[in-house]
Design a protein around this ligand. Structure first.
Ligand code: LLP
Length: 697
């Protein structure tokens, strides 16, 4: 593991001193070498060069997006085993045309997603699975390429939990079942049999099991040819073993190529490989701190801050991982026989047992070696331990490529049903996390209240909206569970009144839900004005479907004392009164708006007031908002109201740009009748300003 070496008495990852890193990053954490990942991948690619294989990295070994991206940029394909891995593979930049989908129990939903993404190939494992694939391909009217995974009944002589190619394993089909299925599939006009797949196990350190199974498989391929089934691809899976102990060498890739290449060349087949461990395994270490050293009657325990939830291989497979001190031991240092164990409440929580290691003291750091594969990807938050940070090193630089989880992450998806308990607040005197967001100059305090931490939205708004004594915001958006949509939002104005809907707020809450992983790019939420759906366009732009405008009443004459004026009324979720003015900056907003807002014509609800200047392809707008009782920098429902009225009065067409003091919005709509509109969308920015927490009592 040359990328992890001692230099001047200290363990380095490439050019980074690990001890120094522990001062910046809380242990435990996973640490990866960029160089090692690239070298391992290229070693496989170059050794197999004469067969020009498609190397599909097996995401299950480690699906961190940055690490995957390194490989996708190197030209690798991806071997995936779930819809989640498909999602991550695409995010990491793997071309769908290089993605193969394996797995003995693929679900309908993930099959559909993969067909829709036009992935390269499915490795199918049962007749039932083929029927599902065929049905979905037919429904979507799409072609699908498949290989059948055969079980060659070969013992790869590895741990029994990771042996997959023996007849007692659940994987693949035997040759006669496979032949029957190939013949069946050949009749389909949607699904095409193109290849054959084997994967006999993992951590295989000699080439012979590959050779033996390949011989069997190729004999079968020849037989299929005689039966009129020609296969183009042979996928030999992954499983290339690495060296976890000095005395146990890795699989010699060159040797493997030497013995299998003649077989494959003779068949003139294209080769696919699915390595996982070989690429990532020795490119990563788990850095952990010694918390306590405890001498018992028969054993000495080194208790570290990493646990079996972070690295389960020793507990699950009895796997051996070298353990190195981050501070290099002296040549003459004493060795001690110890068990290195974690803090989890299980006796199976160990990293080494009865291991002779240079003397280890409390407070020092250790590196558990060769944990880049099946380390983080198999980790959990058992014992409510947030999952670890992952750090990537390249030369002398390093990056956090995954943040350590927080306590909030631990409860993120949990829901406490409100009707199960009395109305008593869940937590007294506790911290309430909030997010401050801004959409076109309207600012909001957003609270994810699925855990019912907050009892009274009105009081909260009155207390925290004031800019000098609170957090400062135009309103509060409270996210709750909903049985009708992805979530529900309650909107409170700064005066504590509840609003039916708010266009800028809608964009903020939609973006918030997306950022917190509550929904995907598309979603919907419930408001007092109905269900609102949305789409996140890119980083900060959000398009929200607004409720259809109603109660349109054009050319209303209002008398305000001595003066009278003419404007237009409508409801775009909330009531608006629109007035056209020649020059927006000179509009008498302060004088007129409050009087219109409380005008007897609009009682009891009152109305918002929009002043609009019609420009070339653009409206300029200023709004007085009910509830805020003053001018705001922008108003989403006001922008929609102005656009709709401008269509009716000045025949402006969708999309209409509306420039407000807070930013530019776009309004999209379709005309559905004389004064009827449908499919109204509002698009604009919605950004996070900061996150914080406040004490609630
Ligand atoms: N292809 C298929 C169909 C697989 O099932 C696997 C791994 C691979 C490729 C990649 O195998 P690799 O090259 O990484 O050996 N958690 C275990 C290993 C499980 C392997 C599962 N399948 C461990 O920590 O040793």
């Amino acid at each position: 593991m040359e990328e992890f070496q001692y230099q001047k008495g200290k363990l380095f990852c490439e050019g980074v001193d690990i001890q120094n890193l522990t001062r910046r990053i809380e242990t435990p954490f996973y640490l990866y070498s960029y160089r090692k990942i690239i070298d391992n991948f290229r070693e496989i690619k170059n050794s197999f060069a004469l067969l020009s294989p498609l190397v599909c990295y097996s995401l299950k070994a480690n699906d961190n997006l940055t690490l995957c991206r390194i490989l996708s940029e190197e030209g690798a394909g991806a071997d995936i085993v779930s819809g989640g891995e498909l999602y991550k593979a695409l995010l990491a930049g793997f071309s769908p045309h290089k993605i193969i989908f394996a797995g003995v129990g693929k679900g309908e939903k993930e099959i559909k997603e993969a067909i829709e993404e036009d992935i390269f190939m499915f490795n199918i494992e049962s007749e039932g699975e083929w029927e599902v694939i065929e049905r979905i391909a037919r429904r979507l009217n799409k072609g699908v390429k498949i290989s059948i995974r055969v079980n060659p009944d070969i013992d790869p002589e590895t741990h029994r939990y990771i042996t997959t190619g023996k007849k007692e394993n659940k994987f693949g089909l035997n040759f006669s079942q496979a032949e029957k299925l190939y013949k069946e599939i050949k009749k389909s006009d949607k699904v095409e049999p193109r290849g054959i797949h084997i994967h006999i196990g993992s951590q295989i350190t000699t080439p012979y099991p590959y050779f033996q199974s390949l011989k069997k498989v190729l004999k079968f391929v020849r037989h299929l040819q005689e039966e009129g089934i020609d296969l183009e691809y042979i996928d030999i899976g992954g499983g290339f073993g690495i060296s976890y102990e000095e005395t146990k060498p890795a699989l010699k890739i060159k040797e493997l190529v030497e013995i299998i290449a003649p077989l494959i060349q003779k068949m003139e087949m294209k080769l696919i490989l699915e390595p996982g461990r070989y690429i990532m395994g020795n490119a990563g270490v788990l850095v952990t701190r010694v918390r306590y050293k405890k001498r018992m009657e028969s054993k000495t325990f080194i208790i570290v801050d990493a646990g079996m939830n972070d690295l389960i291989r020793p507990s699950l497979y009895g796997a051996y991982h070298r353990i190195k001190k981050v501070k290099e031991p002296q040549n003459d240092s004493i060795e001690e026989i110890v068990d290195v164990v974690g803090p989890i409440c299980e006796s199976g929580d160990f990293f080494a047992q009865e291991r002779s290691l240079p003397k280890i003291e409390e407070g020092e750091y250790l590196a558990i070696m060769d944990t880049g594969a099946y380390g983080f990807s198999m980790s959990s938050s058992y014992n409510a331990r947030p999952r670890l940070a992952e750090i990537l090193v390249k030369d002398k630089r390093w990056w956090i490529i995954r943040e350590r989880e927080s306590y909030q992450d631990l409860v993120r998806k949990e829901i406490i049903p409100q009707d199960l308990f009395s109305n008593r607040p869940l937590m007294q005197n506790s911290y309430l996390p909030f997010t401050k967001m801004e959409g076109s100059g309207n600012d909001f305090i957003i609270v994810d209240n699925r855990l019912s931490l907050l009892q009274n939205g009105r009081e909260f708004a009155l207390k925290f909206c004031p800019r000098k004594k609170g957090i400062g915001a135009d309103g509060v958006l409270i996210l709750k569970e909903s049985s009708k949509a992805d979530f529900k939002v309650q909107i409170f104005n700064s005066d504590g009144s509840e609003a039916e809907m708010c266009g800028n707020g809608a964009r903020c809450i939609a973006h918030f839900a997306y950022l917190k992983g509550i929904t995907g790019r598309r979603g919907s939420f419930e408001t007092l004005a109905g269900i609102i759906s949305y789409e996140i366009q890119n980083e900060n732009r959000v398009k929200v479907k607004m409720s259809d405008p109603h109660s349109i009443s054009l050319n209303i004459a209002l008398s305000l004392g001595k003066e009278s004026l003419r404007g237009h009324y409508l409801n775009t979720g909330v009531p608006h009164f629109v007035l056209f003015v020649p020059k927006i900056e000179e509009a008498p907003l302060e004088d007129l708006a409050p009087r219109i807002r409380y005008h007897s014509k609009f009682k009891p609800a009152g109305t918002n007031v929009d002043f609009v200047e019609v420009g070339k392809n653009i409206l300029r707008m200023r709004t007085y908002e009910r509830g805020v009782e003053g001018e705001t920098l922008a108003c989403g429902t006001g922008a929609v109201a102005s656009a709709i009225i401008s269509n009716l009065i000045y025949s402006l067409d969708s999309p209409i740009k509306v420039r407000t003091r807070g930013g530019e919005l776009s309004v999209y709509f379709e005309k559905a009748g004389k004064e009827k509109f449908a499919n109204v969308f509002l698009e604009g920015e919605a950004e996070v300003v900061y996150e914080g927490k406040i004490t609630i009592r």
